[in-house]
Design a protein around this ligand. Structure first.
Ligand code: AGP
Length: 608
């Protein structure tokens, strides 16, 4: 969840570290720090707070050309300048930044203390600095290798030593790490956006690999000391992807990027005339997919909500059992063998620790694994049997938006793909579905053109302590997602329910004026939804309906209406989702909340 960076080069490193850390701040933002090699000394500056606060106290007038930096999401010890990284050894000769968790740190700390080491933080990371101090014998890479042989857990680390002024040593196990190759300078970071301004040439570091960087050279070897040949990849995406581009927040920019993200995600995959979806990426496993008899969808958070929609839609189209499981539950719940089963693992970041572990578990149980992710080159893309990329571009806001609708689209396309392959739907039905999917980006554009009523509704919700979202069928997971978005960025207690479940408990929460957002596109449960709206109105709730443009009946039942373009109920979730993203966004904005970096959260959840 933390972000690490490092640079060894030929120009002042402090501005480079700050710039890189800003691009990684979505990973964690409770404290930050840098260590630079200034002559024969390591200078460490760290604070509780954001990178901008760190920037304001840094000395930019130094000649240091080598340094490491960190932006933290606290796990061991409160956010404070003491617990902020980098951490140093007793003499301040070695500095370390770390993303991950050292599981046996307590035992190591006791052992090291017993040998006279003095610790200054509550973190697990600090043991690494002291272990390196103990084994350092003039070769930093060797000392790091020895230190890592003692630790259990996950890590991406970058280390400098004042004895080797040109060198950074980095290593990875179960936490992401990439190397960037520059001209007379080389970089290391948790993620590509941190490097993108300086280079597009990257090397993905694998688990169990250790990297030694100098300004002119990069070598990679295994923890056992075997040299590894790595290929250099040209990173996609542009520097602008990681900028707000005139929008007040990344989240708003990313909401508005949805039509583009969906068009890119369907590009080259939808063949309306033939009534076919073509996933070239899946050709190698086509026959295995044709034979599958069940599907498990495994994911966390927003991706899990996409998974619920996937279950409803896939069961309807493909007529085989589909289970949706939280990654953190699946991995520890002794999953059943997955013979002739497909595990669809959804993760926009491709780095979520629980989803990666659950996917490993699924594979060991015999599942065919298919990853749906937005980040090409992420860990999940290198571990799944096959991958489907959502092509949404970089998503910086912690709240997932464009990647969510692109996940929904991908699941719809997958549904049509499998249903056609198993000849469960005819060409006409498939053509209709494809043309409906193709229309969605344009419909989202027209929805985004008029958001007045969404802002009005947000003005009401931002005064409330709680709010509830109800929906049925494919709009039930969107109700869950609307509630997650609302609580995540506005801090208002929000829950989503299947509308039919209200009377089995949640109705007790409704009092006069409680905001209820009801997803009521025209469709087979429309009149059931009207009945549920009546139930909450009878308890004096303040109901806002999200309903089709042509629905003249709905105003009689509710206090206000947010309109979406007319669309087949089957595809309406991609529109109702956008409405609820905007509702959460404006509610948070009116409350003055920190939209792109909500408290206690991070974009990429690389710890379990
Ligand atoms: C979404 O708004 C959240 N930030 C969060 O629930 C997220 O979807 C979850 O952590 C899973 O992330 P992933 O898709 O990268 O695996």
């Amino acid at each position: 969840m933390c972000g690490i960076v490092g640079c060894t080069g030929n120009q002042s490193v402090t501005p480079i570290l700050v710039e890189s850390l800003k691009r990684l701040e979505y990973r964690g933002y409770d404290s930050a720090g840098i260590a630079t090699l200034n002559g024969a000394e390591i200078d460490v500056t760290k604070i509780e707070g954001k990178i901008s606060e760190l920037e304001s106290i840094l000395n930019f007038n130094n000649n240091a050309c080598v340094g490491i930096g960190h932006t933290r999401w606290a796990t061991h010890g409160v956010p404070s300048s003491t617990n902020a990284h980098p951490h140093v050894d007793c003499s301040g000769s070695v500095a370390v930044v770390h993303n991950g968790i050292i599981e046996n740190f307590q035992a190591l700390k006791e052992e090291l203390k017993g040998r006279g080491h003095i610790f200054s933080s509550e973190t697990d990371t600090e043991v690494i600095a002291h272990l390196i101090e103990e084994t350092y014998n003039g070769d930093l890479e060797c000392a790091v290798r020895d230190a890592l042989s003692r630790v259990d857990g996950s890590y991406a680390i970058a280390v400098i030593s004042d004895n080797e002024p040109d060198v950074i040593v980095a290593a990875r196990k179960d936490s992401p790490l990439v190397v960037g190759l520059g001209d007379g300078e080389n970089f290391v970071a948790s993620d590509i956006p941190a490097l993108r301004k300086f280079t597009n040439k990257v090397i993905y570091v694998n688990d169990g690999e250790i990297v030694r960087l100098t300004r002119n050279n990069v070598t990679v070897s295994t923890l056992d000391g075997l040299s590894v040949e790595k290929s250099v990849v040209i990173a996609s995406g542009s520097v602008q992807d990681a900028e707000r581009g005139g929008y007040e927040h990344f989240m708003l920019k990313e909401i508005h990027e949805q039509p583009k993200a969906l068009r890119e995600t369907m590009e080259d995959r939808l063949y309306e005339l033939e009534g076919n979806v073509d996933f070239k990426e899946l050709r190698a496993i086509e026959h295995a997919i044709e034979d599958i008899e069940s599907i498990s969808i495994i994911a966390c958070g927003t991706s899990y909500h996409a998974g619920i929609l996937g279950k409803y839609m896939l069961e309807d189209l493909v007529r085989i059992p589909v289970r949706v499981e939280y990654s953190s539950e699946f991995r520890y719940n002794n999953p059943l063998p997955g013979n002739k089963s497909l595990a669809i693992c959804i993760s926009q970041s491709g780095e979520t620790a629980d989803t990666l572990a659950a996917m490993n578990e699924a594979r060991s149980q015999g599942y065919l694994t298919l990853a749906v992710t937005n980040v090409d080159g992420s860990t999940i893309t290198r571990k799944a049997d096959e991958i489907l990329l959502t092509r949404s571009g970089t998503e910086i806001g912690v709240a997932a938006t464009k990647t969510f609708t692109a996940q929904l689209l991908t699941l719809y396309m997958l549904g049509v793909y499998i249903a056609r392959m198993k000849t469960l739907i005819d060409v006409e039905t498939s053509r209709y579905m494809i043309s409906s999917l193709k229309a969605v980006p344009g419909l989202i554009e027209s929805l985004l053109d008029d958001i007045n009523n969404i802002e009005k509704c947000a003005l009401q919700v931002c005064e409330a302590d709680c709010c509830y979202f109800i929906g049925r069928g494919l709009n039930y997971p969107i109700a869950l997602e609307g509630a997650l978005k609302m609580k995540e960025i506005s801090y208002i207690r929000a829950e989503g329910f299947p509308a039919g479940e209200l009377k089995h408990g949640p109705l007790a929460l409704i009092t006069t004026g409680t905001p209820v957002i009801a997803l009521v596109p025209k469709g087979k449960t429309y009149y059931k939804m009207l009945g549920n709206i009546k139930e909450v109105k009878a308890r004096n709730a303040n109901v806002t309906a999200v309903a089709n443009n042509s629905d003249d009946e709905i105003p009689k039942y509710v206090d206000s209406v947010i309109r979406i373009p007319d669309i087949d109920e089957l595809f309406s979730p991609m529109l109702t989702a956008v409405v609820l993203q905007l509702l959460a966004y404006y509610t948070a904005k009116f409350k003055g909340a920190e939209i792109d970096q909500p408290r206690n959260l991070a974009k990429s959840v690389t710890v379990e």
